[in-house]
Design a binder for this molecule. Sequence first.
Ligand code: CTP
Length: 399
Amino acid sequence: MKPPHILLIVGGGIAAYKACELIRLIRKAGMSVRCVLTDGGAQFITPMTLAALSENEVFTTLWDLKNETEMGHIQLSREADLIVVCPATADLLAKMAAGISDSLATTVLLATDTPVLAVPAMNVRMWQHAATQRNVARLRSDGVTVVDPDDGAMACGEYGPGRLPEPVAIMERIEAALGRRPIGKAGPLAGKRILITAGPTHEPIDPVRYIANRSSGRQGFAIAEAAAAMGADVQLISGPVHLPTPPGMTRIDVETAREMAAAVDATLPADIAILVAAVADWRTADAAEQKIKKTGGALPVLQLAENPDILAGLARDARRPALLVGFAAETENVIEHAQAKLARKGCDWIVANDVSGDVMGGSENAVHIVTADGVESWSNLPKDQVARKLMEKIADVIR
Ligand code: CTP
């Protein structure tokens, strides 16, 4: 098998020097790497440095005719298995989010369908600025993996999130993005089989219409990604969503609640189950085999039937996972309803969130972890941070 090839786009920030160490690690892992250096990047390191370390020609400009005939910008991205933007400056992230292509780097990024891993580094205020956070959220929903920057002292003398993660940590993300991270081999959840449901279910009315809900699947997918990154063997059962499969897991796509119940049953046993899916409570009692036509007379009446409660069923199952976590989407009295749901469904934890705002389909979530021991409330966090915090809490109790 051909070793993976990385296209590394080096942006203009003081952290650009760390790209040199990253190139060394990429090559040490047996991969090849080719670099694109932005004008800003070239203020911090030289093409010569990158060429020497990568042992490959370095590309800097879109307007290089020789390269457009021999190695065009399309070819640059096409030959790569993964594009890594490191450091990804606020400017690069903004241009990526807006689809601007005014340089070789941004043109490559717009012209590609290769997976992209962006590793931001910038001043803490630039990182926390609403515009940058909006751009990051947009990029994540476009399928770009944006790594969270580290917290700490910065070159500009300030303190906070914005530092480029250490090259070793970036390397781990590269391996994960390439699906090379051995599943169940490393991390605090190594050897644990985790079943996760995510997304909505669609319940057909007739061949062209269905009953659905606003779930985007993002929270469930973020949890699956965090679990896999911690070494778990993840089985992700997803309703209809528009999301790429995070690296290193098995994904089973379903449409209806009954299909989801069957997939859960077929996936058991599991050590842990986290049911994030917004399962439709009802389906039509009889989905029409042909498209229902307007008759001009009486309006059609939809007769509903109750769907199986997957969570409650799992709680009663002889193969019940050691830790069973349900989610609760509530629009009022969030904690009281979640406590009642915990008792009614027989699970161990309920992760409750208030969906009266734009949580469903949004990028942030404020959740309460409701257990028999009490309630732990987390402040509003991006969904990937909720995911990581939840998986860390699970890793603590399951050990
Ligand atoms: N759930 C499930 N199967 C269903 C309905 C819900 O497995 N048929 C799971 C969800 O995945 C979630 C939890 O149960 O983990 C709670 O979902 P929610 O929709 O909030 O609960 P409901 O039982 O539908 O309660 P209600 O609609 O009365 O709030």
